[in-house]
Design a protein around this ligand. Structure first.
Ligand SMILES: *Cc1c(COP(=O)(O)O)cnc(C)c1O
Length: 388
């Protein structure tokens, strides 16, 4: 099955439910067993045995995302947010005394969790240059437990050589995990490139309507049982209505992502031509230093990227952003709407520098008409030029 068919059909079993197209929303804590014998003898092995362990609503999304992430995926754990997916994945493997490697352009809260909570537990997080590739081998110590990747990385969008890193890790029996939120699991299949665990903020392109927080952890055979048991032991479970909305969002991913891809690239090219813009960070652009890796591994681009305007005067940036008609200003992304926010990548780096000159912005290109968005940005640059 191709992705668009998986997205449409996976996790659905209409004839187990009166022919109803979508999985029912099971609200459940207690699950009853008819006899003591079944409670005692089947209670421990049944997939449905207690609300926290999931219901057919949960399993529908788990199964659909396992199929979408593809390759050698064994199963998926659904957790209440993208950040919970990140922390649950890390906590499944680390112990006091471990050393872990994290890409320097990772999502800010991934860094904070590692330098905060993990450090308190006696786990040392070392940040590495996202462009390190096979050079990661030099950073590996006898106690290195796992390698965390994110490609393209948050705010600055450098791609990683995922295969090279996965190969080194595999040769040393080190677990690899990637934040795959940017691709939605639609444009990149990390497990097929040798990664053990693919994490997504379902909040973004799976839910896609800016109304639910959710996370997913998709694992290969070697890691699934450990991750699932660990997430369960923390009590991580998600509400059935949120899961239902994620399933509903997922069904249209196959038409949404190509629109994000096309409009995103159109606007990235337009920004490249603007005299006010000194840099555009979008791996789908041939001029981008990450373009070759993106072309090798990805089948498309989502709608999130960055750019730098030449003036570092925040009043000019504010003049641009404050009057926009279609671009909202707020955290998160992956919804149908476009967003534009100021970014501060330099605050989230320790192993590499971010010094492009000027002022960095992060843009999410939504599903609006791309020419309307361009006109909105054009008027924004006019305000930018008149301000300051
Ligand atoms: C938003 C985001 C997350 C966290 O997801 P939440 O659902 O907001 O907790 C993780 N990784 C990346 C790259 C993100 O952009």
């Amino acid at each position: 099955m191709k992705d668009d068919t998986i997205i449409t059909h996976s996790g659905r079993h209409p004839f187990e439910n009166h022919g109803v197209v979508n999985p029912p929303v099971y609200h459940a804590s207690t699950i009853l067993f008819p006899t003591m014998d079944e409670y005692v003898n089947r209670g421990d092995t049944a997939r449905i045995r207690y609300g926290r362990r999931g219901t057919p609503t949960t399993f529908a999304l788990e199964d659909a995302l396992t199929e979408l992430e593809g390759g050698p995926a064994k199963g998926t754990a659904i957790v209440p947010s993208g950040l919970a997916a990140i922390t649950m994945s890390l906590m499944a493997f680390v112990q006091t005394g471990d050393h872990i490697l994290i890409t320097d352009n990772t999502y800010g809260p991934t860094r904070s969790f590692s330098t905060g909570k993990l450090s308190q537990l006696g786990i040392e997080a070392e940040f590495y240059d996202p462009a390190i590739g096979a050079g990661i081998e030099k950073l590996i110590r006898p106690n290195t437990r796992l390698i965390w990747l994110e490609s393209p990385g948050s705010q600055t969008f450098e791609m990683q050589d995922v295969r090279a890193i996965a190969e080194v890790a595999k040769s040393k029996s080190i677990v690899t995990m990637i934040d795959n939120t940017w691709s939605g699991g639609y444009y990149f299949k990390p497990l097929s490139h040798g990664i053990d665990i693919s994490v997504q903020a379902g909040t973004k392109y799976i839910v896609a309507h800016s109304d639910v927080m959710l996370g997913s952890i998709t694992c290969n055979e070697a890691t699934f049982d450990q991750v699932y048991a660990s997430a369960q032991s923390f009590g991580a479970c998600s509400g059935p209505d949120d899961i239902y909305l994620a399933l509903r969002g997922l069904r249209t991913m196959g038409v949404r992502m190509p629109r994000h891809h096309e409009s995103g690239l159109k606007i990235a090219r337009w920004l490249q031509e603007r005299p006010e813009v000194i840099r555009v960070m979008h791996p789908g652009l041939p001029q981008d230093p990450s373009h070759e890796l993106w072309k090798r591994d990805f089948t498309g681009a989502s709608g999130l990227f960055g750019f730098v305007v030449e003036s570092d005067n925040p009043l000019k940036a504010a003049a641009m952003m404050d009057g926009l008609k279609f671009f909202g200003m707020g955290s998160s992304w992956g919804g149908f709407e476009s967003l534009l926010i100021p970014a501060s990548p330099e605050k989230n780096r320790t192993a590499t520098d971010w010094n492009p000159g000027g002022f960095t912005m992060r843009i999410h290109v939504g599903l609006e008409d791309a020419d309307d968005l361009i006109a909105d940005l054009d008027a924004g640059f006019e305000r930018y030029n008149q301000a300051g």
